[in-house]
Design a protein around this ligand. Sequence first.
Ligand code: ATP
Ligand code: MG
Length: 244
Amino acid sequence: MLTISDLVVRYPKANENALDRINVTINKGEFVCVLGKSGAGKSTFIRSINRLQQPTSGQILWNDVDITTLSEAKMRNVRSDIVMIFQHFNLIPRMTVFQNTLTGSFGRRSPYKNILGLFSEEEKERALKALQEVELEKHIDKRVEALSGGQKQRVGIARALLQDPKMLLGDEPVASLDPSTSRRIFEILKRIHEERELLSIINIHDVNLAKEFATRIIALRDGQLIFDGQPEEVDERMFADIYQ
Ligand SMILES: Nc1ncnc2c1ncn2[C@@H]1O[C@H](COP(=O)(O)OP(=O)(O)OP(=O)(O)O)[C@@H](O)[C@H]1O
Ligand SMILES: [Mg+2]
């Protein structure tokens, strides 16, 4: 369970809070989509949860552990529960699909093994299975730079799966993809979410996709949480309110 209390983020020299006293509790099994126009605070919110962004004040409890005050060493344990999927994939273009996927196990290995690039048979087996889950097994030896956007994002998901996550965070994972590819990525994310009983939080601009896939929608405006409810509650009036 993720319990966020009075979360505030203020960037240096900013006049206003990027996140202004956010309170929300999210349970395992929930697939939450976060809506809000550009600058609303969506990325700041997601990045605070895995502490890519240090909160200014407030509390973020992940299974009763306050991650805002953990040492970097202890934060490493928490980060192994959490995976993040990015808009621009964050892959290594000249490496193959298989090699990129294998880098997902880096968090769990000793650094010297990473340098030597030694992967066990078990790790290779897991990478192959993850690539099957995202239906990319036919492309394992292709360089990532030769893939389409949707295929690249599927590599991003396969890499994330190698970490055996409990929480899935997405910062606009489909923002650079066309509508049908975006839908396909959401289908895959939702299937994985359900099979692995994850807690998922995904920023997204496409309200229709959010309404189709989310079990719960939250909306931010000027750093404040202005909506928290069921997808069907996001009607035209609410839409106008979020994007005004
Ligand atoms: N590194 C930073 N330094 C200073 N201000 C920042 C920084 N990152 C974001 N901000 C500001 O914080 C606010 C929230 O930004 P954030 O990136 O979280 O919004 P967003 O909802 O993700 O927007 P978008 O839809 O464009 O990605 C904005 O006013 C933004 O200008
Ligand atoms: Mg953003």
